[in-house]
Design a protein around this ligand. Structure first.
Ligand code: GCV
Length: 668
């Protein structure tokens, strides 16, 4: 028998609580017309979900079918049409929705309450308005059309196979899954647009893309594609991609007219230009703004946007060169044009200035740019964080990033404020995650990695939720309703990121990873390479001097952050080797020396990872066999990995420094 893929948080197995709840039998909706496609999805989700969980029939009544559906021309409009409240009245539940998508989110809210076995009466006793934190809440797929996924750790793509687009039951279930956590946009192909993917904007794929867009639209999800910046050359037969060249502009105009006519639900494009070998405006002596604005002006008449990535740096650096600093590149390349980007351009900024290491400072572009639409890019694909073999629940990290005070204004200056659109008068803002999904039956390789997919969406919608709340919802909805199991798995999830950091990246150093694959330890793997990723360790010390005496990167921050990072005496321990080259004997705020911190954190990280695995083993008889075995087998691999990291890092720095471990533990 062919095995079914997991339904995750939409499994809707029977629930005990709320079975006699009359309020769930009659739900009134105001603000969303019954005839709207998204409203219809919401009704069917509500009826099916409640019937499966509670064996009841629900009647959904609409106040009127004439509620106006507003057109959306900015992030603020999006927030309005996606806001809802739910209240309990005598006759049942009442949903007041800003529009059909809001009704859909309200439906999933009710289903989540039931699925988590929380009381309907208590939850909705008081009317509360839910307004999404971020207008754009997107997933970025790095799926290639041959079916492979760049940095994918959970099988192949469920969008593509052999250069064809797949549309099946799973396409819809994927839309349902991500809409249920509040996602409203998906970029369906890799930012490295090559080969067949360059032809996604041609006749060859229009019909299927249009169908895919319709499926997403039923769930309030916008379809976006990554664009090959050099399409004029690669598929257009021109010899230039210069954004100011008239022939180039004319080609794009005609192309976009065709694309938006054939894929009416398309909302825009994501562009990686002048980065890691991808073409871009720099080739023609033009700025990033020239490139982004040219495309944005053309797609504007289709009410579409251009999301332009800031991941632009020199990837052919000489490791001997101590002045060039990859961390500086985003700011150096994009800040000078703050204010030049047109209003349907959004700059998409990776959370750190390097590349999704487990610990990096927040990119100084966030809080630097003041006159430009911006969104944050994080990565739930665990490229540098354990490949979905090692458990690493990333929501605590994302919460820290969101809470970071940028000091760009007196108030409302955190990253969360900026990407929600609160800080500046931006037309668009939001958050995107490089997604961790694939065609594995459980979607994310390690079953527990599903918590990152779930959690990213929940956090993007409600950034006030705590990591613990999110973990608990995930476990209750997808794994178990047994309180002891929930407590154990939440504990595993919530400690996992700190543990992963302990056995891999001491004090913000990063990059001591196997080149190319990015899984496993290789202390010097990137040390003598071209990627700008160095630890600069010698027999006396370790770290990169990014202070005013070094590359000057620390000064890209607003005050007081700049002064804090610039001074090793003030810089937080967890980032001190990111900003400074320090002797092994330097004493940290913690009171430990740098070298002793390295030893301690690695021994602890490995021990604590063993503790997580042992905890998982105690759940054997209480879990679905497939889930148990999936995670157990990955823990087995995680422990091999953690031990290698621990022993290699400790041995390496012992041999370099000649300083023994105070506690006399075994170092090789
Ligand atoms: C899609 C890193 C990854 C690449 C990725 C790139 C990016 O360099 O290793 O696989 O390419 O980031 O974000 O564009």
């Amino acid at each position: 028998m062919k095995k079914e893929y997991a339904k995750l948080w939409l499994a809707y197995s029977p629930r005990k609580n709320n079975r006699d709840c009359a309020a769930l039998k009659k739900i009134r909706v105001a603000g969303a017309p019954a005839s709207d496609r998204i409203s219809q999805s919401a009704v069917s989700e509500l009826k099916n979900g409640l019937s499966a969980m509670l064996d009841i029939e629900t009647e959904v009544l609409f106040d009127s079918d004439t509620a106006e559906v507003r057109s959306i021309t900015s992030g603020k409009d999006l927030l309005e049409v996606e806001s809802y409240s739910i209240s309990l009245v005598e006759t049942g539940l009442v949903i007041e929705a800003g529009g059909p998508a809001a009704f859909l989110y309200a439906a999933f809210d009710i289903l989540r309450t039931v699925s988590c076995e929380k009381s309907i009466a208590d939850t909705y006793a008081e009317k509360k308005t839910h307004r999404p934190s971020d207008p754009l809440r997107m997933l970025n797929h790095w799926d290639n059309m041959d079916g492979s996924i760049e940095r994918g750790y959970s099988g192949n793509s469920f969008f593509y196979e052999d250069n064809e687009i797949i549309i099946d039951e799973r396409t819809k279930d994927y839309a349902r899954l991500i809409a249920a956590v509040g996602i409203n946009g998906v970029v369906i192909n890799n930012v490295n647009v090559k080969d067949a993917a360059s032809y996604m904007i041609t006749e060859r794929y229009f019909e299927k893309l249009a169908r895919m867009g319709e499926i997403f639209a039923d769930y309030g999800i916008g379809l976006y594609m990554s664009l090959n910046y050099a399409s004029t050359i690669e598929i257009g037969g021109l010899d230039s991609a210069d954004p100011l060249d008239e022939n180039v502009i004319a080609w794009w105009k005609e192309k976009m007219a065709e694309v938006f006519r054939r894929i009416p639900t398309l909302k825009g494009f994501l562009v990686k230009a002048d980065s890691e070998g991808r073409p871009g405006p720099f080739t023609y002596g033009r700025t990033q703004a020239d490139g982004a604005n040219m495309l944005a002006d053309i797609v504007k008449e289709y009410n579409a946007i251009i999301i332009w990535r800031c991941f632009v740096y020199n990837c052919k650096q000489d490791w001997r060169d101590r002045k060039t600093d990859r961390a500086r590149a985003g700011y150096d390349n994009f800040m000078p044009m703050d204010g030049d980007y047109h209003d349907n351009v959004i700059l998409q900024i990776k959370n750190g200035p390097m590349d999704f290491q487990i610990r990096e400072p927040v990119s100084p572009l966030l809080g630097g740019l003041r006159k430009t639409n911006q969104m944050l890019e994080v990565q739930i694909a665990q490229e540098y964080t354990g490949h979905q073999i090692d458990v690493c629940f990333l929501i605590p990290e994302f919460k820290e990033i969101l809470a970071f005070k940028t000091y760009c204004k007196e108030e409302d200056d955190t990253v969360a404020d900026i990407i929600s659109g609160k800080t500046f008068a931006s037309r668009y803002s939001g958050i995107a995650a490089v997604t961790n999904t694939g065609n594995d039956l459980n979607w994310t390789g390690n079953y527990l990695a599903g918590a990152n997919l779930f959690g990213f969406g929940r956090l993007a919608f409600e950034n006030e939720l705590s990591s613990a709340q999110i973990a608990e919802e995930f476990v209750r909805m997808t794994i178990s309703s047994d309180e002891s199991v929930i407590a154990a798995i939440c504990d595993i999830l919530l400690r996992s990121r700190e543990i992963y950091e302990k056995y891999t990246s001491p004090l913000g150093i990063g990059w001591m990873v196997q080149p190319a694959t990015h899984y496993g330890c290789s202390v010097d793997g990137y040390e003598y390479d071209r990627w700008g990723t160095y630890h600069r360790a010698d027999h006396l010390g370790i770290g990169v001097d990014r202070s005013d005496k070094g590359t000057g990167y620390a000064l890209q921050y607003n005050e007081p952050n700049a002064s804090i990072y610039n001074d090793p005496g003030k810089c937080p321990d967890e980032l001190v080797l990111f900003f400074h080259h320090l002797p092994y004997t330097h004493v940290l705020h913690s009171g430990k020396t740098v070298i002793q911190h390295i030893y301690d954190s690695h021994f602890e990280g490995y021990e604590e990872a063993r503790g997580l695995a042992a905890k998982w083993d105690t759940l054997k008889d209480k879990l679905d066999e497939e889930i148990f075995e999936n995670v157990r087998e990955r823990f087995e691999r995680q422990l091999v990995n953690a031990r290698e990291w621990c022993d290699q890092v400790n041995s390496y720095f012992y041999r370099k420094s000649g300083i023994p471990d105070e506690k006399g533990r075994e170092i090789w």
